[in-house]
Design a protein around this ligand. Structure first.
Ligand code: GLU
Length: 474
């Protein structure tokens, strides 16, 4: 587990090792590769916040990994595990992630080293606002510079404090709302951002499972329906991932939280488990399921697909051998150490890598950023126009065929797109397209052993070309 600094160091090294494994398959000079790899700017700050009668010194970071495209983009996490190495690793992953899904941003990441449970909402607001004003002072936030978003321990609430602080410091900036994404709808957010990462994970795994020949290689049939799934982490990403799989006919056999795991081979209902958790404070002792007080045990239970959706390094060299899943979908950032990756590889497990699979969040963040810059809701201009066109089309069909379409058919066809429809379909298209790009590299490139290496090659190729075309200052 990522509790010690040394292991976080290895998280950053893991990312660098994965990069190098892929770099061998690209054509770029060493200098360009080193520039792609490097963290461009690192901000480490300490600031005082009055908590009760005392003053507390808060440690925080913002790392801009790459400036080959601007703004930099990536979440802000609130956690006691935050340190410079962790934020650097996460910022680097953001760069590769954005390139893979063709989102025109450089990678960034922020972190505040706090235990959110120790503070009241008012205190968290004070910390977030002070952090934002520090970012403003140092030029580490802005619609064209660096655009944060939610991550582990943060949500739309924190984003609304950030946008409000930024806007009050730059009242004349007409694009101020684009300084952060993952905002509440009332503050300029986009519909579909909350569930975006989980939905993207679902679209990505569904796409991977749609190739019959790939599934046969790992002893599975194509499709999602009937697959046994375990999800680790019932936060925003894990909950939505579990829900989409369940709705698509998969059997949710296991759920894991920080205080334990539950397993039922007949299937769990994620909403009923959430209700039980709300009532009792824990997912443990859910009716009909086996409870395990050690969460790590839950990862090792029988299933087809394991989705780690919490923190990094949860599968390492100590437990990788015991993992029974045939597919691991990395909803979290860096859930496998590089040693675990190798062990799973030798067991023939298909690992769908984080830098592709959890890119749904930043993809919809991109849609939100565009919305904030354009100052108009998606669908506002075309919805009525589309409905009128469809109506005319139905009228023509009816008059030429002399047949009436049913009321239900008419209702279905006449619907122009709302914001949520456009966001979901844009996300679906992005996830499908990116998977195919990665798979094509994996199939075509000799010596590429896994999807992660293929995904890194895909990212390096795009960023390398961007650097070459950008030109480097003499
Ligand atoms: N925190 C998310 C991630 O790690 C989203 C980042 C964003 O939307 O900018 O991908």
């Amino acid at each position: 587990m990522a509790t010690e600094n040394a292991e976080n160091n290895s998280f950053f090294l893991s990312v660098q090792r994965n990069f190098e494994k892929a770099a061998r398959h690209t054509i770029f000079d060493r200098g360009i590769l080193d520039q792609i790899k490097a963290c461009n700017s690192i901000l480490r700050i300490k600031f005082p916040v009055k908590i009760g009668e005392d003053v507390e010194v808060i440690e925080a970071y913002r790392v801009q990994h790459s400036h080959h495209k601007l703004p930099c983009k990536g979440g802000i996490r609130f956690s006691m595990e935050v340190d410079q190495e962790e934020v650097m690793a996460l910022a680097a992953l953001m760069t590769y992630k954005c390139a893979i899904v063709n989102v025109p941003f450089g990678g960034g990441k922020g972190g505040i080293k706090i235990d959110t449970k120790k503070y009241t909402v008012f205190e968290l607001e004070k910390i977030t606002r002070r952090y934002t004003s520090e970012l403003c002072k140092k030029n580490f936030i802005g619609p064209g510079i660096d655009v944060p978003a939610p991550d582990y321990g943060t949500s739309a609430r924190e984003m609304s404090w950030i946008v409000d602080t930024y806007s009050s410091l730059f009242p004349n900036d007409i694009n101020a709302q684009a300084c952060v994404t993952g905002k509440p709808i009332s503050q300029g957010g986009v519909r579909g951002r909350t569930e975006a990462t989980g939905l993207g994970v679902f679209f990505g795994v569904r796409e991977a499972c749609s190739f019959k020949e790939d599934m046969e290689k790992i002893g599975l049939t194509a499709g999602i329906s009937g697959k046994r799934i375990i999800v680790q982490g019932l936060g925003n990403v894990g909950y939505h991932t579990a829900k989409y799989f369940q709705d698509a006919g998969a059997t949710l056999v296991g759920l894991i939280e920080f205080d334990g795991a539950i397993y039922d081979e007949n299937g769990l209902d994620v909403d009923a488990v959430q209700a039980h958790r709300k009532a009792t404070g824990s997912i443990l002792n859910y009716a009909g399921a086996v409870s395990m007080s050690d969460p790590a045990q839950g990862l090792e239970k029988p299933c087809d697909i394991l989705i780690p959706a919490a923190l990094e390094s949860v599968i390492d060299k100590n437990n990788a051998e015991r993992i029974q899943a045939r597919i691991i979908g990395e909803a979290a950032n860096g859930p496998l150490t590089s040693e675990a990756d190798e062990i799973l590889q030798s067991k023939g497990v298909m690992v769908i890598p984080d830098i592709y699979l959890n890119a749904g969040g930043v993809t919809v963040s991109y849609f939100e950023w565009l919305k904030s810059l354009s100052h108009v809701r998606y669908g506002r201009l075309e919805k009525r126009f589309s409905e009128n066109m469809y109506k005319e089309l139905i009228d023509i069909i009816e008059s030429t065929t002399e047949k009436q379409v049913s009321k239900l058919e008419r209702k279905m066809i006449l619907r122009g797109p709302d914001e949520i429809d456009l966001v979901h379909s844009g996300l679906e298209d992005t996830m499908i397209g990116a998977y195919r790009e990665i798979r094509d590299i994996y199939m075509a490139e000799p010596g590429v052993e896994d999807l992660r290496t293929a995904a890194f090659i895909c990212a390096i190729n795009k960023i390398g070309v961007a650097y070459q075309e950008l030109g480097i200052f003499p």
